[in-house]
Write a protein that binds this ligand. Structure first.
Ligand code: 5GP
Ligand code: MN
Length: 343
């Protein structure tokens, strides 16, 4: 029996003993977090007859509000008592698209309080900790949605996916690959996408729903960010954009409005690392992107208490915007001078 088959067998055993499942994903959920969680919830419900609650820590951005079955998710920030109850009653808890339970903030307490439920990880982030009973951890795959697809293939076969589940998986794959433009694009991935297309998904409609539903304010905020706020440092090898709460108010900032901004500076020749600093009430959210061998996962872990993937990572800063920017300018220069790979 190979390694994956063994894990699938363990998963089958766990599922046959379970009645109530919780599927939970990360704070500030993105297309992959929501898409993979909803599709996996579908399988648990329809192929295994489980009672399933799909939980997210806080609200999802507006451009995902059309996703099939999204109205069924429980939002911890909105209904914490209900969420604590279903987490407490669960006999199996699936963690999707993140690997540190502490990243769930308030929700982490409820999950830790349930000491009897099995904990299963389905994820593609680097450095998973050993706090799971079973872990499908695949940093080599483009998205958690694709990890879910490969599990479904082995566990029950892809006939178990309907058009809605296929749409949700496609959203995860599409958004985490930057609409099929980043790395990890393998022949097998496109074969999987072909199966999703056979399920009747509408690619152009999905594309429009995710990428072309911005408000005028959001597009003007992008213009402001690039024209007035983008700064190149270290002779054009790094760039950053910072947004203060005042600027966000001016452009009627809605959750998710700055999604993708951090990618733009990387389209400039020579830029190896791009950063976005977004002020929130409690801290500054840091988003990092890099190209090729330059590693922002290590950079995020070393300098901003965060992590992620080699080319896309994030973290937090607890000092002022001016101090954050000054710190970034200093450490990014140091890091790139070392080679930018954290060695
Ligand atoms: P984004 O910039 O899109 O918010 O995040 C990019 C990647 O970095 C995502 O894969 C996300 O999981 C990871 N990431 C973002 N913020 C944090 C953080 O504070 N801690 C850790 N460990 N990872 C993060
Ligand atoms: Mn993901």
């Amino acid at each position: 029996m190979n390694h994956l088959t063994e894990k699938i067998e363990s998963l089958k055993e766990m599922l046959s003993a379970a009645h109530k499942a919780v599927v939970v994903t990360h704070t500030n959920p993105d297309g992959d977090a929501i898409g993979s969680s909803l599709a996996w919830s579908h399988i648990l419900q329809h192929s295994f007859g489980l009672e399933v609650s799909c939980i997210i820590p806080n609200r999802y951005p507006g451009f995902l509000s059309w996703q099939p079955h999204i109205s069924e998710v429980l939002i911890d920030k909105d209904t914490p008592e209900e969420v604590a109850r279903v987490v407490g009653e669960a006999d199996i808890i699936f963690c999707l698209d993140f690997n540190l339970i502490d990243r769930l903030e308030n929700l982490a307490e409820a999950i830790k309080a349930n000491t009897t439920a099995k904990r299963v990880l389905i994820d593609h982030h680097l450095n998973p900790p050993a706090e799971f009973d079973l872990a499908f951890s695949h940093p080599e795959l483009c998205s958690t949605a694709y990890v879910v697809y490969t599990i479904v293939e082995d566990l029950v076969g892809t006939d178990a996916l309907d058009t809605d589940a296929a749409t949700n998986l496609y959203v995860g794959i599409m958004t985490d690959t930057g609409n099929f433009s980043f790395s990890s694009l393998t022949p097998d991935l496109f074969r999987a996408v072909a199966v999703l297309v056979e399920k009747g998904i509408n690619i152009s409609a999905i594309n429009t729903s995710v990428y072309n539903t911005f408000t005028e304010d959001r597009v003007r905020l992008l213009g402001h960010s690039l024209c007035n706020k983008m700064t190149l440092v270290d002779h054009g090898k790094a760039a950053y954009i910072s947004l203060t709460e005042r600027e966000m108010r001016k452009f009627n900032f809605q959750l998710g409005d700055s999604e993708g901004f951090v990618n733009y500076p990387l389209t400039i020749v020579g830029v190896k690392i791009s950063a976005m600093f977004l002020a929130t009430r409690k801290f500054i959210r840091v988003s990092l992107r890099s190209r090729g061998e330059t590693d922002v996962n290590i950079f995020a872990r070393r300098y901003f208490g965060g992590g992620g993937h080699k080319n896309a990572a994030g973290g937090k800063s607890f000092v002022s915007m001016a101090q954050t920017v000054e710190y970034f300018e200093r450490v990014v220069k140091e890091y790139l001078a070392e080679g930018g790979k954290g060695e």
